[in-house]
Design a protein around this ligand. Structure first.
Ligand SMILES: [Cu+2]
Length: 358
């Protein structure tokens, strides 16, 4: 049994962890990450500066990313930041920065061993600048190294300066759930800024597709321009450090299909033809009727009434568990030996139940 769980663990560690972008890129790096087809990714990056006393005023630097995966490693999206450098022309009074982009991952897959390459053309509406990034990642085991070259046709906050920026970073995964990362990037001919840097502690929230990072940086936005330039102080000469966090939320569009297509078709999994002696509904992310009693040789049927997937997974692998049970799916399992079988749902470990077999 132990060998099986070790093999499963190795498989899980080797498989690309979809949407776990913060375990594969530093805070100021785009990396080669592209959402899967029919997945919309929403990333919320919030940084803030705390002014020295006595005011300790907090100045906020939020950046939002919304990106949708299409197919063939292509995604399109936008970033919106509210506290960037002021723009040019009609945008001269505004610090609201919008960048629209397309990313094509030409080679590799996020989290897979070896090289991945992504090409990201973009347009920065505030700077009226045509921007682009070539990103290369190299992953081996727990380590990912990243490099990026960025071209900018009009630098924000300057009279239309052309720029080239280079950036590099690393991610070290300490466990499946925890990684540390850092990066450094700069325009080759900085006008008013300095190099942008960041360091972060990145976490995968267990049992969820979400990643979260706690970070420090001197960059005020997550756009190509913002990530290439460190902000200078408000004339105090002291170090300008922003602290913050990022939260990544993949939205799987197929999960919303019941809104448009009614209930999905019923799917029956597990032992067919067994005598079902007890029914357990999975509803509101709970096993309703969490304790059932049957006789040896009888079966239990679990039916998923939720719009999300569940599993029936026996603690200590006392019995083989179910595959993923889709919404409106059911799973039948026959128990041949008397005993007390506790189980849970793998995606929602707080969902628990028990089958008592007499
Ligand atoms: Cu569940």
């Amino acid at each position: 049994m132990k060998r099986v769980s070790l093999a499963l663990l190795a498989l899980a560690a080797a498989a690309p962890l979809r949407g776990q972008s913060l375990l594969y890129r530093g805070p100021n790096m785009g990396g080669s990450w592209v959402p899967d087809p029919a997945v919309v990714q929403f990333n919320f990056l919030h940084r803030f500066y705390v002014a020295p006393g006595p005011s300790h005023a907090v100045v906020n630097y939020p950046s939002f990313t919304l990106a949708a995966g299409i197919a063939h490693g292509i995604a399109f999206g936008g970033k919106f930041a509210t506290k960037s450098l002021a723009g040019t022309g009609a945008g001269a009074q505004s610090t609201n920065e919008t960048e629209v982009f397309v990313r094509w991952r030409a080679l590799g897959t996020e989290g897979r061993e070896g090289f991945s390459v992504a090409i990201t053309p973009a347009y920065n509406l505030l700077a009226k600048s045509v921007d682009g990034e070539l990103g290369v990642d190299w992953t081996r085991g727990r380590v990912t190294l990243e490099a990026a070259a960025r071209g900018i046709s009009r630098e924000l906050g300057t009279p239309g300066q052309k720029q080239v920026a280079l950036a590099g970073g690393f991610v070290g995964r300490l466990t499946r759930y925890i990684a540390v990362s850092g990066d450094l990037g700069s325009f080759m001919a900085p006008v008013n800024g300095r190099a942008a840097w960041s360091v972060a502690l990145n976490l995968l929230i267990p049992g969820s597709p979400h990643t979260f990072s706690l970070q420090a940086s001197n960059a005020g936005s997550a756009t190509m321009q913002g990530a290439s330039r460190g902000l200078t102080t408000f004339g105090t000469g002291s170090n300008f450090i922003l602290y913050g966090f990022e939260f990544t939320i993949p939205l799987h569009l197929k999960r919303f299909s019941p809104w448009f297509h009614g209930s999905p078709k019923p799917v029956a999994l597990g032992a067919s033809g067994a005598a079902v002696a007890a029914e357990v509904n999975m509803t509101a992310v709970k096993f309703a009727g969490d304790a059932v009693t049957i006789s040896a040789g009888q079966a239990v049927r679990w039916t998923n009434r939720d719009p999300v997937e569940h599993t029936v997974t026996f603690d200590g692998a006392a019995e083989p568990g179910s595959p993923v049970i889709p919404p409106n799916g059911s799973y039948v399992h026959r128990f041949d030996k008397p005993g007390t079988y506790t189980y849970h749902c793998t995606p929602h470990p707080f969902m628990k139940g028990v089958v008592v077999v007499k």
